[in-house]
Design a protein around this ligand. Structure first.
Ligand code: CUA
Length: 318
């Protein structure tokens, strides 16, 4: 689990600085207000039934009170204007990140998963992944955000703040990872069932390793070796799988659900819900509703051999 305040790039660092400033100003104000309250309670006049009423003129006390309230209003105003200025300056700093030779990705949020398209000038170099975002270290990333159904929010705490994905509109977010590592992405806007399990893996790699990863992703799925895997592919292409999923290099080309061309290379399945193991994959295919109630993928009542064959095939999609 990454600490959300552990900034791995310039954008998250600006936001973390602002967050710490706000925290300390608020802690200070809280401490001063509590101290003033304690002092007021401690020095309040105490009396009992026998104490005569205080009928002294209030003029002197009023003047002191007016002065304290004036000082309180002035200090609060200065602090609030200061925080406003810090927030505007942070916004300005976020907009200044250079985006020369940026990596362009298009992120489409669906209930209940993320589709990520890596853009390229050459159409045959464009490729699609799901629920994972690989990025090169030190190079800016410009992500164009869209939503397919309801409003979602794109959030990689270690790299940048949140940005909404709104159906019918597109927004962009720019960020950069300055050190390699694995980070977690989250959906940060309630989007119905399974909102809490709409995660994605973010992996920042040195440039050459990123290039190798991207090249591997562009490769279509190979013909599988072995009878089980071949049978699995036949099941995939003749059954209901291909109505929603795509596997490049085969006739499956639907865009309703994650592209599975390299599904076996992913760390997680079902948008971060389960680790990507053959057992978990089999359980997922057999009954997705048990793992993520409400998802669009239906249960598949396959005979045991067929399920094993299907999993054997999907495991070849590295
Ligand atoms: Cu998607 Cu919350």
């Amino acid at each position: 689990m990454n600490d959300v305040l552990d900034a791995a790039g310039p954008q998250a660092a600006h936001i973390a600085d602002l967050w710490w400033l706000m925290l300390w100003v608020c802690v200070l104000v809280f401490a001063v207000v509590m101290a003033a309250l304690a002092w007021a309670v401690w020095r309040a006049p105490r009396g009992d039934a026998g104490t005569p009423p205080d009928v002294a003129p209030t003029e002197a006390g009023e003047r002191r009170l007016r002065w304290s309230v004036g000082v309180g209003v002035a200090v609060s105003s200065v602090l609030l204007i200061g925080l406003l200025a810090a927030s505007v300056l942070t916004d300005h700093a976020l907009a200044l990140m250079p985006v020369d030779s940026a990596l362009n990705v298009r992120v489409t949020a669906h209930q209940f998963w993320w589709e990520i398209v890596y853009e390229d000038q050459q159409p045959d170099r464009v490729f699609t992944t799901a629920n994972e975002l690989y990025i090169p270290v030190g190079r800016p990333v410009v992500a164009t955000l869209q939503a397919d159904d309801v409003i979602h929010s794109f959030w990689i705490p270690n790299l940048h703040g949140k940005k909404d994905l709104i159906p019918g509109r597109s927004a962009t977010i720019r960020f950069r990872a300055d050190r390699p590592g694995e980070y977690q992405g989250r959906c940060a806007e309630y989007c119905g069932l399974q909102h809490a399990f709409m995660a994605f893996d973010v992996v920042a790699l040195p440039a050459e390793r990123f290039a190798a990863w991207a090249e591997a992703q562009r490769t279509p799925a190979p013909d599988p070796d072995g009878a089980a895997a071949q049978r699995g592919r036949e099941l995939f292409l003749s059954g209901s799988c291909m109505l929603c999923h795509a596997i490049q290099g085969t006739t499956a080309n639907a865009r309703k659900a994650p592209d599975l061309t390299h599904v076996a290379s992913r760390t997680h399945l079902a948008a971060g819900r389960i680790a990507n193991t053959p057992q978990a994959l089999a359980a997922w295919i057999a009954d997705p509703q048990r793992i993520k109630p409400g998802v669009n993928m239906p249960a598949h009542l396959l005979p045991g051999d067929d399920l094993a064959a299907l999993v054997a095939y999907l495991e070849t999609l590295k």
